[in-house]
Design a protein around this ligand. Sequence first.
Ligand SMILES: Cc1cc2nc3c(=O)[nH]c(=O)nc-3n(C[C@H](O)[C@H](O)[C@H](O)COP(=O)(O)OP(=O)(O)OC[C@H]3O[C@@H](n4cnc5c(N)ncnc54)[C@H](O)[C@@H]3O)c2cc1C
Length: 473
Amino acid sequence: MTDARQQLIAGIRARFGERAVITEAAEVEPWLTDWRGRYHGASPAILSPASTEEVAAMVAMAAELVVPLVPQGGNTSMVGGATPPADGSALLLSLRRMNRIRSIDAESNLAVAEAGVILANLHDAVADADRRFPLTLGSRGSCTIGGLTATNAGGTQVLRFGTMRALVAGVEAVLPDGSVHDGLGALKKDNRGYSIDQLLVGSEGTIGIITAVSLRLVPAITSRAVAWLGLGGPQAALDVLRMLELETNAIEGFEIVPGDSLSLVLEHIPGTRAPLGEEYPWHALVEATASSARDEPPAALLERLLAPALESGLIADAVIGASEAQAEAFWRIRDSISEAERASGPATQHDISVPVADMPRFMVEAEREVEAAFPGARASAFGHLGDGNVHFHVHAGSRAADDWYEREASAVTRFVDDLVAAAGGSISAEHGIGQTKKAELERLSPASRMFALRSIKHALDPHGLMNPGKLVD
Ligand SMILES: Cc1cc2nc3c(=O)[nH]c(=O)nc-3n(C[C@H](O)[C@H](O)[C@H](O)COP(=O)(O)OP(=O)(O)OC[C@H]3O[C@@H](n4cnc5c(N)ncnc54)[C@H](O)[C@@H]3O)c2cc1C
């Protein structure tokens, strides 16, 4: 290990005590591999600050010794964003000890949470104050507020409430020189130039370390209803969504599920059952909510609004969950698709977006083109249709060789990314760039985007010490 890293570890230990640095290999090891198991990094230690002051001091010491740092929350990144470089040149900096909810102000509908607060814990805490933080995703039991902010995470409620960008009222962060940016003031209006808070949202740990976030809350739900629809195609799904949006603003979730994804879930996930009696090529899951006794009960609302679409044939069949347990069972099908796919063999995963109106055509045409270009492979897309964002997956097929992923993944990825670029879309709708998509970002971005990203990175982090090898160098 270089002297600089040893010096930093020793200096932090001397100043903040044993708890502030973990060097035991068995304790460091679990945090060196990404959630998908694709990257294996190395780090001689995990720095583990307990306060913003400690983060600031550690970052200043690292800057002086020129030691790179990799911020990490729950390590649920889908793009290897929180995995340190394999050469052990950087130290992990975990925010997990900073897990205090500093305040919940029900009157102002704001909560201030430290970066290491786990999303599910925030949900529980604000529920006690009769409020809701309206962002949720499959990793809610592990991912942290810092990680969610740094990746501008989305999830299943974006349709109504937006991504983290819309839900962040202010950010406190330690910048690469060790200074603290305090944006937690919750000012409704603040036009002092560039928004540093918003710059930090989606910055993937490359220009600073988020230590706390002021978050917007909404009233708690009083009831919800979840419907499962059988449909002929993605255009019918979008038509149903447009019809619902014209009539109500109570729709929170609208997820599209192809018939083959449903079959995979039924085959591989114990305890799941098909919601409808017949098989359909496509399905949609629709969630409506109410947050006051004055609101129309969501089940009645869905029944009233979906009936004409059933009569006209736009929807082939539909069922509204008769109980909370049935609603949960419908969501479980949607949330289990990735797990079921994993059990069914290798696949490449592409988290993409195109303009919402173009998504039905894109889904059908891109699937056809991919399957023609890679014989034997099967493409399918599912997810947040209303946000113009689907998870487009290409499966190896049952007769594929064991090394299919190693041989084909990068060619498939380039092919899909080219289709997305041609459709004016984004190769990363939700998960960020991390290390997985860095080369593709460079290949497909206009010069203006790379110029701006690089200029911001170099201006704020001139020595490249913040999360090296991710997003942009
Ligand atoms: C099962 C599953 C389902 C998911 N579903 C969705 C989904 O529906 N929508 C979606 O958008 N994403 C989804 N994700 C991925 C999502 O990006 C992460 O769950 C979450 O946003 C990352 O939080 P984390 O605390 O785990 O961050 P990490 O994985 O630890 O880090 C993620 C990135 O943020 C940086 N970072 C972390 N903490 C800080 C900090 N305090 N300051 C600065 N930088 C920091 C890291 O360096 C890294 O670049 C899913 C992941 C899983 C495993």
